[in-house]
Ligand binder design. Structure first.
Ligand code: SF4
Length: 90
């Protein structure tokens, strides 16, 4: 579904396999990843967020949340304040 948006097309839909390949490609390239428990909590917040599009993409930053949530030092860009702030650390 394109919804008539010129900037959005079928190409914005990203599969689980594509996300996994991207994360694999980033691994060992100097990116600091958060621990699995924090990653899971961040993703849980995203999955219950009305700003998640296509089950993959944050409408505020355009990021794939499964990638953004993995990165230490990143935060949720929600304009009302981070929805990850309750996710804790580690
Ligand atoms: S606003 Fe925050 S919680 Fe919502 S999808 Fe974007 S990164 Fe995830």
């Amino acid at each position: 579904m394109t919804g008539g948006c010129k900037g959005c097309s079928a190409t914005v839909h990203v599969t689980r396999e594509q996300v996994d390949r991207l994360l694999d490609a980033m691994n060992g390239k100097g990116f600091d990843f958060v621990r699995d428990a924090l990653y899971a909590r961040r993703l849980a917040a995203c999955r219950s967020c009305a700003s998640l599009e296509y089950e993959t993409t944050c409408m505020h930053c355009g990021c794939l949340v499964e990638v953004r949530a993995k990165l230490d030092g990143k935060d949720c860009p929600h304009p009302a304040g981070s929805r990850w702030s309750g996710a804790g650390s580690g």
